[in-house]
Design a protein around this ligand. Structure first.
Ligand code: CA2
Length: 151
């Protein structure tokens, strides 16, 4: 177990396209902006951040497994995998780290197929429809929970 206080930030499929299209749904900020916001917010809580974005489910799962030994929690926007992926759920429950599920858009106000998440009932906290600032909210909520758990 590492002594470094670190969070894993996970962004799933297609989130590399943030800021390039659909600004009416996802805003105009880029993935780099998201990663900078999360890093700055985590630093306020004396936490480092390791960021991963991938369009491949297995890459995300490997990153989550690696976090088991050297991260204190996970902030994840699983993208469309939210609505399909039992294996992502199993990876997150398997590592037993607190995790925050983030959605930029209000998934509950969109198509029916976006209303169900395979993660929400096992997430430590869920932040939906707050735009990119929702990632900062997720870090803050997770940091409080991590501190409480460490005593
Ligand atoms: O609202 C969110 O953050 C979502 O997780 C984003 C996913 C979507 O499938 C979920 O239902 C809700 C889609 C990510 C794709 O992001 C793009 C961003 C800009 C342009 C195109 C795609």
């Amino acid at each position: 177990m590492s002594d470094t206080r670190r969070l894993l930030l996970v962004n799933g499929p297609n989130l590399n396209l943030l800021g390039t299209r659909e600004p009416e749904v996802y805003g105009s900020q880029t993935l780099a902006d998201v990663e900078a916001l999360v890093t700055a917010t985590a630093a306020e809580h004396d936490l480092e951040v390791r960021s991963v974005q991938s369009n491949h489910e297995g890459v995300l799962i490997d990153a989550i497994h690696a976090a088991r030994t050297d991260c204190l929690g996970i902030v994840i926007n699983p993208g469309g995998l939210t609505h399909t992926s039992v294996v992502l759920r199993d990876a997150l429950t398997g590592v037993a780290l607190p995790f925050a599920e983030v959605h930029i858009s209000d998934v509950h106000a969109r198509e029916e197929f976006r209303h169900h998440s395979y993660l929400s009932d096992v997430a430590t906290t869920v932040v939906v429809g707050q735009g990119v600032p929702g990632y900062a909210q997720a870090v803050q909520e997770l940091a409080v929970i991590i501190e409480a758990a460490r005593g």
